[in-house]
Ligand binder design. Structure first.
Ligand SMILES: Cc1cc2nc3c(=O)[nH]c(=O)nc-3n(C[C@H](O)[C@H](O)[C@H](O)COP(=O)(O)O)c2cc1C
Length: 193
């Protein structure tokens, strides 16, 4: 499959940096055509400008500032995202990617004020992420990062597309063993992606 890997972490030597390299390595080894989009590495600008907001609904013209990224999203058949949980959401870099690239005409259309998702070229999704806090702490606040993937993103891509959510919780108390076990889990998931 043509897999778009989107990575958002500013430190290459971080755990998420290691997860990103593992994801790309395993998918490539399995013969997938990987488009490795390292948002920090590519210097992606996550800020939606005044002009972009004003032209947000002008289908066609609205793509111009991020045309290359739109093309990469449109040519993907699957999506794998690798990022840490920050403030119980996506890092601003990744949120900004969605704000600027998942535009009307790209991820949804609007008819009579009604949103119709249309990112149907994406037929498979995996999220690889980590939380500082525990699963219980995340669950007690409704686990918004998980819902953003398993509910929000799920509603946008191809209907019934398989989703995988892999999270290392409790990174604040992680050990080499827990990190190693999670890396193994991610490797296995990418091997069978
Ligand atoms: C700006 C920032 C915000 C964070 N917010 C949360 C949070 O809301 N919930 C949580 O469980 N962990 C939070 N964390 C902890 C990160 O999820 C944790 O540091 C990360 O998963 C560790 O992976 P890394 O070493 O690859 O950065 C936050 C960390 C940072 C730097």
């Amino acid at each position: 499959m043509r897999v778009l890997v989107i990575h958002a972490h500013p430190v290459a030597e971080s755990f998420n940096g290691a997860l990103h390299r593992l994801v790309v390595e395993r998918l490539t080894a399995k013969g997938h055509e990987v488009d490795d989009c390292d948002l920090y590495g590519e210097g992606f600008n996550p800020l939606l400008t005044r002009e972009e907001r004003i032209g947000y609904h002008d289908i066609g013209d609205n793509l111009a500032p991020v045309a290359d990224y739109v093309e990469r999203v449109r040519s993907a058949e699957a999506l794998v995202m690798c990022y840490p949980v920050w403030n119980f959401g996506y890092p601003a870099m990744l949120k900004g990617f969605f704000d600027r690239v998942f535009l009307p005409g790209v991820s949804f259309t609007m008819a009579d004020g009604k949103v119709k998702p249309c990112l149907h070229n994406i037929a498979k999704v995996a999220a690889v992420t980590s939380y500082g806090g525990t699963w219980l702490r995340a669950t007690l606040v409704g686990n918004p990062p998980r819902k953003s993937v398993m509910r929000v993103l799920r509603a946008i891509v191809k209907p019934a597309a398989p989703f995988t959510y892999l999270a290392h919780y409790d990174m604040n108390r992680s050990t080499p063993e827990t990190r190693e076990a999670f890396m193994k889990k991610v490797a296995a998931a990418m091997d069978s992606f």
